[in-house]
Design a binder for this molecule. Structure first.
Ligand code: XBP
Ligand code: MG
Length: 258
């Protein structure tokens, strides 16, 4: 069995709870800037999360939820403009430190680095969103802790397609059986499994808690922190209180033996 070499982290919903109070209000602010009366409520946004990627999500909204809107001739340009404005709002929020990491994320990253595991980011969000989140939460040096940041339009087919994981592993020079992925959603799980990675921990959140994430080695409500234990929702050891490197190595071994 190949030993575990790298942890691959999703960003939105996994490193941080970015969607409800981050991306969503940033989209709404961009719509207001453009003089549009669109307002993505928390509930509607939950439905829109079926599609990953901000530009793709706006298109999905127009296709399915706002069919009466008279789209401009240059729809791609229109969406790109809205999305650019959205990214500026989102980056400003991150810059203000408005979005913290989820519990246990910093603890696990610090431990993984200390123990020589390689780290990667695999996400559909815009690259600048990733580097700004890392900078605002883990400090300006932290971008260099990651051997690969696979993000945004780097591959045309976003999650649930496996392409972004394939690309990240190619950059790292690693095979799927040397990696463990951390995700939060059904789309993320599909992407991971499609890329042939079988070691997979899912930390669900408010938007993803009812999604089908079967196929994960372990499903928890969070990674867990001292004084704030994780709850195992599905997996082998229900007595776990926090997900650390030993747990991940053990899971990796179990997954590849089973
Ligand atoms: C995350 C996303 C992202 C963000 C928006 O999915 O779907 O698109 O919602 O980011 P995952 P952009 O966690 O599965 O990678 O607007 O920058 O595209
Ligand atoms: Mg996610």
């Amino acid at each position: 069995m190949a030993p575990l070499k790298a942890l691959l982290f999703d960003v939105d919903g996994t490193l941080a709870d970015t969607e409800r109070d981050g991306h969503r209000p940033a989209f709404n602010a961009a719509f207001a800037d453009a003089g549009l009366d669109w307002e993505w409520s928390e509930e509607l946004y939950g439905k829109l999360l079926a599609v990953t990627g901000g530009k793709e999500r706006i298109r999905f909204y127009l296709d399915k939820f706002n069919t009466g809107f008279e789209t401009p001739a240059d729809l791609d340009g229109f969406i790109a403009g809205l999305h650019k404005a959205k990214t500026q709002h989102y980056l400003a929020m991150l810059g203000r430190g408005a979005i913290p990491l989820r519990p246990g994320v910093k603890r696990l990253i610090d431990e993984a680095r200390a123990k020589g595991l390689r780290l990667g980011i695999v996400t559909t969000t815009t690259p600048e969103n990733v580097t700004t989140l890392l900078g605002s939460t883990l400090g300006p040096e932290s971008e260099s802790w990651f051997d690969v940041i696979a993000a945004g339009d780097i591959v045309p087919a976003k999650k649930p397609a496996p392409d972004i994981y394939d690309w990240a592993m190619e950059q790292l020079g690693l095979n799927p059986d040397q990696c463990l992925a951390l995700e939060d959603s059904a789309n993320g799980v599909k992407s991971v499994l499609g890329a042939g990675i079988r070691s997979l921990v899912v930390t669900v959140n408010g938007y993803t808690q009812d999604e089908d994430v079967s196929g994960a080695s372990l499903v928890v409500d969070q990674l867990g922190e001292h004084g704030s234990p994780c709850r195992v929702l599905s997996g082998q050891d229900t007595a776990l209180t926090q997900i650390d490197v030993d747990v991940l190595c053990w899971l990796h071994e179990q997954t590849h033996m089973g």
